[in-house]
Ligand binder design. Structure first.
Ligand code: NAD
Ligand code: SER
Length: 296
């Protein structure tokens, strides 16, 4: 059967890059971008789709004979705190509509991105393992932890082929993040070039796990193409490559732009970051689907 893909949240930070890569692999007309936000560059075929509109989602999937959905649409950690109930609604009910299409056999495979935000103050922060206590501090983390459990449930109970990774902070030059706690690690490069100074909303020694965009995209596609029988995790795989602090990035940029300056003004995102892991053990993803990052 021909693979026909629908991406939700396709005009976001990850979706922008993932859509292009999937179109290189499967062909432009076989990868349908959807979002409630316009794209900043050419992104056809594109369809406006609010993920809470179940009827329209089903219509598009059936009309276009979609076989796989990459479900990226979500409200992220920082934005989520401004409207907790909306975040829960978008992040959970959007996922249910997609899992139900898979349960009915209308689509064959689902990708659900989870996050390091599922971890919390009861989780060991160094080299965080695959199966650890989860007590997330944000509504975003709560919704993703619940999403992981529902993915696992739909797989075990109904045989739904759902695959998931817990992305660390994703950094890349191709697209701009927004609404997240790890966004500083992209913003800092843009501000260094544009203004020569950056006001950082995290404290200087806040260490977080991060992943470079090309690795995030490769890892995602590798997982979606893997032999399903080899996947022992249907809630969500840990994924990792590097970790660093704002001060370490600042010092590395200063080697190229010696006059670059930084001011630290931690805000509410500092508490969010402090509840997350510093480094991640992703050995299960490495064993099950050959995951290995190219960039440290
Ligand atoms: P983003 O905020 O840049 O993009 C999300 C997209 O979802 C946006 O374009 C937004 O318009 C869309 N969206 C929001 N509500 C919607 C709705 N009701 N209907 C349809 N679309 C809607 O986020 P991103 O960084 O590209 O993240 C993509 C996915 O990866 C998310 O599920 C996120 O939780 C996960 N993730 C991202 C990171 C990261 O560092 N970027 C880390 C961990 C997990
Ligand atoms: N990068 C994301 C955020 O900061 C983590 O899921 O919200």
């Amino acid at each position: 059967m021909e693979t026909r893909i629908l991406i939700t949240g396709a005009n976001g930070q990850i979706g922008t890059v993932l859509t292009n890569r999937l179109r290189e692999i499967y062909g432009k007309s076989s990868v349908i971008a959807t979002d409630i936000k316009e794209s900043e560059s050419e992104n056809e075929p594109f369809i406006f789709l609010d993920i809470l509109n179940k009827v329209r989602l089903r219509e598009i999937v059936e009309d276009l004979k979609i076989t796989e959905i990459y479900h990226l649409a979500a409200i992220l950690s920082a934005s989520g705190e401004w409207n907790p109930k909306k975040t829960w609604n978008v992040n959970l009910n959007g996922l249910f509509s997609i899992l139900d299409l898979a349960k009915e056999g209308i689509i064959k495979r689902v990708f659900f991105p989870s996050t390091i935000a599922v971890f919390g103050n009861t989780t060991p922060q160094i080299n965080t393992g695959q199966d650890v206590p989860l007590l997330p501090e944000t509504v975003y983390g709560m919704s993703k932890a619940a999403g992981e459990l529902w993915c696992n449930y739909y797989n075990k109970r109904y045989g739904v082929d759902v695959r998931s990774v817990r992305y660390p902070g994703i950094i890349g030059y191709q697209s701009i993040p927004s609404g997240g706690t790890t966004d500083y690690a992209v913003e800092i490069y843009h501000e260094a070039i544009k203004n020569g100074v950056y006001e950082c909303f995290l404290a200087e020694h806040t260490r977080l796990p991060m992943l470079y965009m090309p690795d995030a995209i490769d890892g995602t596609i590798k997982l979606m193409q893997a032999d399903g029988d080899k996947l022992s995790v249907r809630y969500s795989y840990n994924l990792a490559s590097m970790n660093f602090t704002p001060k370490e990035i600042f010092e590395s940029i200063k080697q190229i732009i010696p006059e670059f300056q930084i001011n630290y003004k931690p805000d509410f995102r500092q508490d969010i970051a402090a509840s997350w892991s510093e480094s991640i053990d992703d050995s299960r993803a490495r064993e099950d689907c050959g995951w290995k990052p190219d960039y440290d």
